[in-house]
Design a binder for this molecule. Structure first.
Ligand SMILES: [Fe+2]
Length: 284
């Protein structure tokens, strides 16, 4: 059964431009035709909000989706955690064509109630994170630039659907994400900006780039590394720093959205991460 989306009427579609990517060499930042295409897909989403429209993807977008998917699936088979691989089979995303956000959302809603809602760019963490408490994930509808599909500084639909969506099919992960949302909502309600920053870092190094220990091996559960070829390889590269996750370990870090990750953190279990989210919520 589909979730009622009317509560999203109280949530603004609002999104902010990725101001920082214009300073990078990312080809998608400087290709005016590409920027216009991204803007067109965002306009479609904004016009339909809070419903999720059908997006009309082009041939080159389908072929970028297919190329990245084929490479990712091979790497995930070797490096992703068991929960991801099991959920990936259950979600069964198409390989040859860009999936529709709403079709994927329907399957997630049936599994855990997690719902996908479109977004057109950056949301402030005070807007984005508390929505996880309602089991809502905001997703970009556009596809990364075709000239370099191995890394993108702005999240795209490959990141959202190959990275995030399968994990939201797994109840312990959905519960953990909801806990992070509750912690963020508590920090926003308390007006505690410093705590919200810490929760933002915690989200980044778990939901976005998390690693998990499984049968003595380090495996991937983060959406950035499950949904991006370069980030996946970096997170498994033995020369790249990895540490056990703890609030003290991440507290002094900052996030560079435009660059590949320099450091990754390893959780013991999703319950372990949920327990840390409860600690964050209690700090508000
Ligand atoms: Fe993400």
């Amino acid at each position: 059964m589909r979730r009622d989306r009317t509560f999203l009427n109280d949530v603004a579609f609002s999104a902010h431009d990725y101001a920082s990517i214009v300073q990078t060499n990312y080809p998608g930042a400087h290709d005016q035709d590409y920027r216009a295409r991204v803007a067109g897909l965002i306009d479609t989403a904004r016009a339909a909000w809070p419903a999720c429209p059908t997006f009309d993807y082009h041939e080159d977008e389908h072929s970028t989706w297919k190329l990245v998917s084929e490479i990712l699936i091979l790497l995930q088979n070797r490096y992703s955690c068991a929960a991801y691989l099991e959920a990936r089979e259950k979600l069964a995303l198409p390989l040859d064509s860009v999936p529709q956000l709403d079709d994927v959302s329907a399957r997630m809603e049936a599994a855990t109630g997690f719902t996908l809602a479109p977004v057109g760019g950056l949301l402030d963490k005070s807007e984005f994170l508390p929505m996880l408490a309602h089991r809502v994930m905001r997703c970009t509808p556009y596809v990364r630039h075709p000239s370099y599909p191995f890394f993108t500084p702005e999240p795209d639909i490959v990141h959202e659907l190959r990275g995030h969506a399968p994990m939201f099919m797994h109840e312990p992960f959905a519960e953990m994400s909801e806990r992070i949302g509750h912690a963020a909502a508590a920090a926003v309600d308390a007006g505690n900006a410093e705590l919200l920053d810490l929760i933002g870092l915690f989200y980044w190094y778990t939901v976005e780039y998390g690693l998990i220990r499984e049968n003595g091996e380090v495996r991937i559960f983060g959406a950035g590394n499950n949904g991006g070829i370069q980030d996946l390889l970096r997170s498994m590269d033995p020369t790249v720093e990895k540490h056990p996750i703890s609030l003290d370990a991440i507290r002094e870090l900052s996030i560079d959205y435009d660059a590949p990750q320099e450091v990754f953190f390893v959780a013991e279990s999703f319950e372990h991460v949920a327990e840390m989210a409860r600690e964050l919520e209690a700090m508000a």
